[in-house]
Design a protein around this ligand. Structure first.
Ligand SMILES: [Fe+2]
Length: 326
């Protein structure tokens, strides 16, 4: 009887560690090379559960220490901060692989690390705008852009993160001034998504708009003749605002190999494959993307830590609402 229950416990622990479970709001197909390398190194199968971010949080909270999830991969700095704030992540062990990632894209306690990133900056019409005119976020709030700017809704997480970044860089009062200036400069109604801004610039509704770079990359991939270009903001100042996808270990993780999977996402080969799937930039320092966006050149990035930006999300939502940015 005693032997039997020991055997039962043994087989339970084996099955608990025979696989690695990943909750993600990204398409799992992007991680299949990393998963294959992980299985080869550990003998463990990798199981992905794809779901929206809200469901990831709900499930991790409901399952608690019984969650099968070992790793979470999510798409936004605000989401990484939320997981961390809700104590749903545990710190990783410092390692040379984690240190290859740009420092500001790593949580100070290593609860998450950036995997790929995007710029949220300025798309413009080269027919109506001289790129030398484009300075940055604060400049877009000045009169020179009156009636020329297109914006996506302030309710989008992308804009919450951008506004949070402005708060970190300039403080709340200045950020409110910038938001009011943007709204005063609107060329037309606020758009529900970034791709519609690309179309609006192309069809002459507006001259400039703030979008994630990959939306323009996708549009240009479909139509290389599209008359819209991209400029990186604040190059003479603090640098362009970045946001991105990150990965971390769940607070309940007991699989000692799990960090290995996250480190596999950071090998140069996997960095290029994963970022190329979305026209993103690799989060590993000094690694250029292998898609045509590399022709857009290198650029200065705002080096405020993604964790600090995430911590300002609530204040950002308040300022957005108070400014009347729908
Ligand atoms: Fe997006």
């Amino acid at each position: 009887m005693k032997l039997l229950s020991l055997a039962a416990i043994f087989s339970f622990s084996l099955s608990a560690f025979a696989q690695l479970t990943i909750y993600t709001d990204r398409p799992a197909s992007r991680f299949k090379n990393a998963a294959a390398a992980y299985t080869q190194a550990t003998g463990e199968q990798v199981v992905f559960a794809e779901m929206g971010f809200k469901d990831i949080v709900k499930l991790l909270e409901t399952e608690g220490s019984a969650t099968p999830a070992n790793v979470v991969i999510t798409k936004d700095v605000i989401y990484l901060a939320e997981l961390s704030d809700k104590n749903l992540l545990r710190p990783m062990t410092p390692s040379p692989a984690l240190e290859t990632v740009n420092e500001f894209m790593r949580d100070k306690d290593l609860k998450w690390v950036g995997v790929t990133f995007r710029a949220r900056s300025v798309a413009y019409s080269p027919s109506r705008v001289n790129p030398a005119e484009i300075v940055g976020y604060e400049d877009l709030a000045t009169e020179k852009w009156a009636g020329r700017l297109c914006l996506r809704t302030g309710k989008a997480a992308y804009n919450e993160a951008l506004v949070a970044s402005l708060i970190v860089s300039h403080g709340e009062a200045k950020t409110t001034e910038i938001l009011e200036g943007w709204l005063a400069n609107l060329a037309t109604d606020i758009f529900p998504d970034d791709l519609k801004i690309v179309a609006a610039i192309s069809n002459g509704q507006c001259d400039v708009g703030i979008i994630n770079h990959y939306y323009l990359a996708m549009a240009l991939d479909n139509n290389p003749n599209l008359d819209v270009k991209y400029a990186f903001a604040d190059q003479a100042g603090l640098g362009v605002h970045t946001n991105g996808m990150g990965a971390g270990l769940t607070a309940a993780n007991k699989n000692a190999n799990a960090q290995k999977f996250i480190e596999l996402l950071l090998t140069p080969e996997n960095q290029l494959t994963i970022s190329a799937a979305h026209f993103d930039f690799p989060a590993v320092k000094g690694l250029a993307p292998n898609t045509f966006i590399k022709e857009w050149g290198s650029f200065k990035m705002n080096s405020a830590n993604w964790g600090e930006i995430g911590s300002k999300a609530t204040v950002a939502r308040d300022l957005i609402r108070e400014a009347g940015y729908q």
